[in-house]
Write a protein that binds this ligand. Sequence first.
Ligand code: MG
Length: 269
Amino acid sequence: MEKLIITLAPTGNVPTYELNPHSALKLDQIVEDVKKCKAAGASVVHLHVRDEGLLPTSSREEYKKLLEKLEDVDMIKQVSTGARGGENTIEWRGQMLDLEADMASLSTGSSNFPTSVNANEPKLIKGLAKKMLDNGLKPEIEVFDVSMINNAVYLMKKGYIKGPLHFNMVMNVPGSIKGTAKNLMFMVDSIPDGSTWSVSGIGNSQIKMITLAILLGGHVRTGLEDVLMYDNETYATNEMLVKRVVRIATELGREIATVEEARKILSLE
Ligand code: MG
């Protein structure tokens, strides 16, 4: 089986210091966590930034500062074009796509978050995809529901995204697809041959989903963006979450990919 790519999602849009005191919201905290997690085995980092009030933003300026601080950290860097960082326009959500990153997240359909709409209209998806293509960023297709897979294949046929595709199955967001083994198997069966995939097990689906991904030959995303509690009573840290993935993978006989190996697996330059 291919070596396991571990993606760290250290920040996200949901975490606050109230929800988890170890949240990585400020730039220096993010950088510190990224370095610790790289040492623990993460090869990709999915980045989000916050504004002065520590609220989610798509600010190019903040992304630029963060990427500069991470310049000497050899990892695959992925910026987020998600829907919760402010205005819902191509210009706003795609403002960081000309920066020095390797990948960017791209949701290829709409669904619900717990308290808002994950709104991605066709024009916006195509606009963001085109900007990624023009800037040489590989999309990570964020799949919150099955229909988003079909739409990604359609976008590939129309030339908006290039294969081989990389999917991240976002399982168990309240309002989107539930994190069950059956659902994950169906989604993995639905992606085109030659694609790569990882899984984000949100909340209490985390251990089940990452274990299944490791067994099925997929890859794993973890971090405080996806899960705030380590168990019923312990606040997670990014490092604890990555180390747990490494332990489970090791027990199951799956080796961890280095950054260089991850680049090859993801067909990056
Ligand atoms: Mg994200």
